[in-house]
Design a protein around this ligand. Structure first.
Ligand SMILES: [Zn+2]
Length: 225
């Protein structure tokens, strides 16, 4: 039995479109990541997401596996576990700084996030860059990318993410998401979490890598920045 996890689904709706649908978003119902049984929708919770400095309130659905008696949250791909900011904002800051186009302060101002928040994103990705590069490079290969030398330098996480996303774009339905929502899906929303992730991707019924149980995911809190 798997403890509660956040399952990120490939939502292509804008944040506003998702929010305005309230509880009527057409959310896919996955099978249990622990035992593969069919799950049932099981209420949900409200959580905020920040876009360009403004907070939007969203309804996040839960599903429950009757066999495991465990509920899991179904996060739309534009959010990250326990983070207030949309993944596109995080991605834009990471790209701008790691590719050398901007400092942290100006990009944070442009995105309407505190400077310390954006600095925290950069710090976390730097701490985990080795692990992220390795996992995303492996995912790119699984998705059919040609083996390539591992990228080096500050922008290597962004480089290898884009390589994996380009490979995923050969499969139906992924192009529309963009690289950062793809990133959220394959990281299970845990790009900025401290513990280990293994990127995985469900295409049809094939799971490319197994999700990692994360007992602290239960509530997907957004109290931190
Ligand atoms: Zn189950």
């Amino acid at each position: 039995m798997l403890p509660p996890v956040a399952i990120v689904w490939p939502c292509a709706l804008s944040v506003d479109a998702y929010a305005s649908l309230g509880k009527n978003v057409d959310v896919p119902r996955p099978d249990c990541p622990g035992c593969a049984a069919a799950m049932v929708f099981w209420s949900g919770y409200i959580r905020p997401v920040r876009v360009l400095g403004a907070c939007v309130r969203l309804f996040v659905r839960r599903v429950r596996c009757p066999a495991c008696a465990v509920t899991h949250a179904l996060l739309p791909a534009f959010v990250l576990v326990k983070r207030l900011d949309a993944v596109e904002a995080v991605g834009e800051a990471l790209e701008a700084v790691l590719e050398g186009r901007s400092g942290v302060r100006p990009v944070a101002r442009a995105l309407g996030v505190p400077h310390t928040t954006a600095r925290g994103w950069l710090r976390r990705v730097a701490e985990r860059s080795g692990e992220l590069v390795m996992s995303l490079a492996a995912l790119a290969i699984e998705l059919g990318a040609k083996p390539a030398p591992e990228p080096t330098g500050k922008g290597r996480v962004v480089g290898v993410l884009k390589r994996a996303f380009t490979a995923a774009c050969a499969l139906p339905g992924w192009t529309v998401l963009g690289a950062w929502r793809f990133c959220s899906v394959v990281c299970g929303g845990r790009l900025l979490c401290a513990n280990t992730i293994s990127p995985y991707l469900v295409v049809g019924r094939r799971r490319f890598m197994a999700p990692v149980p994360s007992p602290d995911d239960k509530e997907d809190r957004t109290g931190g920045t």
